[in-house]
Design a protein around this ligand. Structure first.
Ligand code: ZN
Length: 191
């Protein structure tokens, strides 16, 4: 089922996700719905907060992107990125590796807003997959960027928090409009 994507201004985006204690049928359904929602919205990643659930669950798929490379290393050996897509990360822990690099980012909770964001070039990831198995790998390129963006969401951090001051200043009118619009819609729902 395609779920509504929560937009900036909704308080759930600022909530830290709870750890998933056990992977139930409900968790599996959430993961399936999140994947469907991500593909329908043509995103490369989606966090549970973005469908209104403050949980440590994120889904990613960088395989449709051909102009920005991604890499994966498992046990120190390069692996085929597409073999790991779509990717489901539950209770992920990441360890940044390497230099900060700038790259363009968007977010499904911020329609039509894009900005250059500084992220580490690689990350070491430990998480559970949707079967509850532990996965460990090093991600690079676009995948590393997307994982850092999604793990931020799971902790209530948004890409606007990572923008430099000038970029955020330039986007301020758009951000304020979006926030106001989201809050108005939330008020209407309550009535
Ligand atoms: Zn996002």
């Amino acid at each position: 089922m395609i779920l509504d994507v929560v937009k900036f201004g909704h308080p759930v985006l600022r909530q830290k996700g709870a750890q998933v204690e056990s992977i139930t049928l409900e968790t599996k359904q959430l993961v399936a719905d999140m994947l469907e929602t991500m593909y329908a919205a043509k995103g490369v990643g989606l966090a549970a907060q973005q469908v209104g659930r403050a949980l440590q669950v994120t889904v990613l798929d960088v395989s449709p992107v051909t102009d920005r490379p991604s890499s994966i290393e498992v046990d120190g050996k390069p692996a085929e990125v597409n073999d790991y897509m779509p990717m489901v990360l539950i209770n992920p822990k990441i360890e940044p590796v390497g230099e900060m690099v700038a790259g363009s980012e968007g977010c499904l909770s911020f329609p039509e807003i894009f900005a250059e964001i500084q992220r580490r070039e690689s990350v070491d990831v430990t998480a559970l997959n949707e079967k509850g198995e532990e996965v460990k790998f090093r991600a690079g390129g676009l995948l590393a960027r997307a994982i850092q963006h999604e793990v931020d969401h799971l902790n209530g951090i948004l890409f606007i928090d990572r923008m430099d001051r000038k970029t955020k200043e330039n986007l301020r009118p758009d951000l304020e409009d979006l926030q106001t619009d989201t809050k108005e819609k939330l008020q209407k729902k309550k009535k």
